[in-house]
Design a protein around this ligand. Structure first.
Ligand code: PMT
Length: 223
C-alpha cells in the first residue's frame, strides 16, 4: 500500500500528443504515446491525489477511480479543458507533446491529389503551459522539455519563460528516453538546482518526479 502523501491535492496532468486537422482524414501530430503522462497520473492517484488527466489521442488505459480522464484532440481543445480545471489545481504537470503549429484552415473536404506540390500554411498554437504560468496563483507548476540540442540551456529557458517551479528534461539524444519507449532518462531543474536520474521505467520515473514535487511543495509551503 502506497503512502497517501498527496491526499487532499488536485493534480492536473496533460499527456499525449495533439492532432491538428488538415482535412477530414489527415492531421499533423507527433510520436507521443501518452505513457509518461499516464504513468504520472497512475502514481499520483496511488498517493491519494485527485487526478485530472487531460490527454490527446493515446491508446493508454487507466484503472484508478481517482483519475478523471478527459480526452481531447487539438491543442486548442486541450487548453480550454485545462482552463476549466486550473483554478482547482494544486499541482500542474505538463507532459503533453503539444503541436506548436496548426493548419490555418481545415479543409472541409478531403484534399484531392493533383500533379502540383501542396503547401499548407501553419499558424502558431496557444502555449498551454505558458498560459498556465501566466495565470498562476497558488499552483505548483511542472513542465517538461523535450530537446535534441542545447538541452540544459533550453530547459532552463523554458523554466524561466513559462514561470514554472520545476522542469523535467528528457533528451532524444539519450537512448531509451523520450517518446514511445517504456523507459525514460530525466534531469530535473528548479530555479536553484539540477538533479540527474538514471534510465528507468516510466513508472519509476513518475515516482521520482512525484517524490521531487512533494519535497519542493513542502519546502514551498514552509518558506
Ligand atoms: O508520451 P510518451 O511517448 O511517453 O513520451 C513522453 C514525452 C517525451 C512526450 C514527455 O516526456 C515530454 O517530454 N513531454 C513534453 C514534450 C514537449 O512538447 O516538450 P517541449 O519542450 O516542446 O515543450 C515544453 C513544455 O511546454 C512541455 O511541458 C509542453 O507540454 C508544454 N507546451 C508546449 C507547447 C505548447 N503549445 N503548449 C504546451 O503546453
Amino acid at each position: 500500500e502506497t503512502e497517501k502523501t498527496l491526499a487532499g491535492k488536485t493534480v492536473l496532468i496533460t499527456a499525449g500528443p495533439t492532432y491538428e486537422a488538415i482535412d477530414p482524414v489527415r492531421f499533423i501530430g507527433n510520436h507521443s504515446s501518452g505513457k509518461m503522462g499516464f504513468s504520472l497520473a497512475e502514481q499520483a492517484a496511488k498517493r491519494g491525489a485527485k487526478v485530472i488527466l487531460i490527454s490527446g489521442p493515446s491508446a493508454q488505459k487507466i484503472n484508478n477511480e481517482n483519475i478523471e480522464l478527459h480526452k481531447v484532440t487539438s491543442a486548442k481543445e486541450m487548453l480550454s479543458k485545462v482552463l476549466e480545471f486550473y483554478d482547482r489545481t494544486d499541482i500542474g504537470i505538463a507532459s503533453a507533446a503539444v503541436a506548436d503549429y496548426a493548419p490555418k484552415e481545415i479543409a472541409k473536404e478531403k484534399i484531392k491529389k493533383n500533379d502540383e506540390n501542396l503547401t499548407i500554411e501553419l499558424v502558431k498554437n496557444p502555449d498551454i503551459l505558458k498560459t498556465m504560468g501566466e495565470k498562476k496563483t497558488h499552483q505548483f507548476l511542472v513542465g517538461f522539455a523535450l530537446e535534441t540540442q542545447n538541452e540544459e540551456e533550453n530547459a532552463k529557458g523554458k523554466l524561466e519563460k513559462k514561470n514554472l517551479d520545476m522542469i523535467v528534461l528528457n533528451s532524444l539524444r539519450d537512448e531509451g528516453a523520450g517518446f514511445k519507449n517504456d523507459t525514460n532518462k530525466i534531469k530535473i531543474f528548479t530555479k536553484t538546482g539540477k538533479t540527474e536520474f538514471d534510465l528507468k521505467s516510466k513508472e519509476e520515473v513518475a515516482k521520482d518526479i512525484l517524490d521531487f514535487v512533494e519535497e519542493q511543495v513542502l519546502r514551498h509551503n514552509t518558506e
